[in-house]
Design a protein. Structure first.
Lengths: 255, 233
């Protein structure tokens, strides 16, 4: 079955794609730190970061719409957690509403914090979207590995990437099997079926994990997974890292 | 010729109480290809899992390449006896084809340069050069099967254990696999329902039924339909 892959445009091969994955990881990491540490009222600086990301995006030749759509995925989560902040923050009142018996006041400070969270999280997700769409997932994992991210995390991510599509397939198969045999619309009955489906999925996944482990053991696995590193940093990578980091810090520190 | 595998009176019951093997005895000579056939649930896969120590039974004795199969010999035996699982999804667990093929070699302690060389060589042999950086889920089923074979062959095993190497393949992919296996002159033990493939690859056929070996002999048996039927096939 076909799926939208996590790293759909990572085969494109633009300048940005060819930058050493480690360099990209470091760059985007620094960028996110800088974005997060920028004071909330400096909208111009945020526009600066955005402009920079936009230029990187254009250089990478990934469809803009795709990246923006992807980056918006995070917004509902942010909204859900941050929506109440404007109501709780004290300070100068921006407006107050009487809603039935509730008296709601919104403060300027609260709005600022809300806007701050929204902008920062969106820019950060946009950065990560660019990183993951210009880097193959396997290279990303290797980059993280060479940057000393704990092995367990890398392994979990790597198995996740390898088997998530299979898991989705399995869910589809079980679902098809159900749909082709069950006709009752009774919700209690449906819940029962879903319970069975989850159980079935759990057993299949468990059994697969066991078979994979056996396959690993029969090829000499003894507790740690080793892979070969195959990165070479060239001069362009250093220019890329150096100049972009300079620009970010320039934007951040300029007053 | 030397006996490379000696199984004597092996019995095995799964932890949940399912009896799977019941007094199996079988020998394999060096360089020989043996086909194991038998109805579903006969215990064929279970037998293969014993041959590189994934399953270990207290009843019966197994000797591989002259070594008794004990925990002390396990590492050595596993580097010489390699098993290819039926489902390539179980066999390919690394993020890229290269990493998957390199996995066993790195565990055997080869140096980076040697690993690259060997991986390149084997992928060329299965006609998959240039796919090194693909992820397994971007490959066709036939390609996955070939890569799973490559992951094991690259370790240059003395004995190759194959569980259903041709299941779910189309005719062309099947021919490719058979041709490739014909070129390998190692000892092969092949479990399959694909009698046509067994006929082309094996000299000797073993028929199993309900955890027992019910026939061992020449592959002529494959043409004798009524006898196969009497074995539950
Ligand atoms: N992990 C397990 N736990 C319990 N019982 C098992 C397990 N694996 C297999 N069995 C049982 O052991 C018996 C032998 O199974 P085995 O998989 O070896 O058969 P097989 O000959 O390979 O069959 P097939 O042709 O269907 O692959 C069967 O009755 C099966 O149900
Ligand atoms: Mg089987």
């Amino acid at each position: 079955m076909k799926h939208a892959f996590l790293d759909k445009y990572s085969d494109l091969g633009s300048i940005i794609h060819r930058v050493d994955p480690r360099v990209k990881v470091i760059f985007f990491f620094v960028l996110i730190l800088v974005i997060v540490s920028t004071p909330p009222q400096e909208l111009l600086k945020f526009s600066g970061y955005f402009l920079m990301l936009l230029i990187l995006l254009l250089l990478s030749r990934i469809p803009l719409l795709y990246v923006f759509a992807r980056s918006l995925v995070i917004i509902p989560f942010v909204l859900l957690t941050a929506i109440f902040i404007p109501f709780f923050k004290g300070g100068e009142v921006a407006g107050s509403y009487n809603f039935l018996t509730l008296n709601l006041t919104i403060s300027y400070k609260g709005i600022l914090i809300f806007q701050n969270i929204l902008i920062k999280s969106w820019l950060s997700v946009l950065s990560l979207t660019i990183l993951t769409s210009t880097t193959k997932f396997s290279s990303l994992l290797k980059a993280l590995e060479t940057l000393k991210v704990p092995r367990v995390i890398i392994l979990i991510a790597s198995f996740f990437y390898r088997y998530i599509f299979l898991l989705i397939d399995q869910i589809m198969k079980i679902k098809n099997a159900r749909d082709s045999r069950s006709f009752k619309k009774n919700p209690v009955y449906q819940f029962k079926i879903i319970g069975y489906m989850i159980g079935e999925l759990f057993i299949r996944t468990y059994e697969r994990a066991e078979r994979i482990y056996l396959a690993m053991v029969s090829r000499g696995f003894s507790g740690t997974i080793h892979t070969l590193e195959s990165f070479k940093i060239n001069r362009f990578d250093l220019y890329f890292l150096g100049s972009l980091i300079t620009i970010i810090f320039f934007i951040r520190l300029w007053r | 010729m030397d006996k490379v595998v000696e199984i004597k009176n092996l019995s095995y019951t799964y932890p949940d109480g399912t009896p799977a093997l019941n007094g199996v005895s079988l020998d394999a000579m060096e360089g020989e290809s043996i086909g194991i056939i038998g109805p579903n649930g006969a215990g064929k896969s279970t037998l293969l899992l014993h041959l590189n120590g994934i399953l270990q039974s207290k009843n019966g004795a197994i000797k591989v390449l002259g070594m008794p199969l004990t925990n002390r010999n396990l590492r050595k035996i596993r580097s010489k006896v390699c098993l290819v699982f039926q489902d390539p999804e179980d066999q390919l667990f690394m993020p890229t084809v290269f990493d998957d093929v390199a996995f066993g070699l790195i565990n055997l302690g080869y140096h980076a340069q040697a690993v690259r060389g060997k991986v390149g060589e084997i992928l060329e042999r299965v006609d998959l050069s240039g796919r090194e950086n693909r992820s397994a889920h971007h490959l066709s089923f036939g390609e996955k099967k070939l890569v799973s074979l490559a992951t094991v062959l690259v370790m240059e095993p003395e004995i190759l254990l194959l569980d259903e190497p041709t299941s779910n393949l189309d005719r062309k992919e099947k021919r490719g696999i058979i041709k490739f296996l014909q070129e390998i002159d190692k000892t092969k033990i092949i479990v399959s329902h694909d009698l046509e493939m067994i006929e082309q690859l094996c000299q000797r056929v073993v028929v199993m039924n309900r955890g027992k070996v019910v026939f061992t002999g020449d592959k002529e048996i494959l043409k004798d339909d009524s006898r196969l039927k009497s074995f539950g096939l």
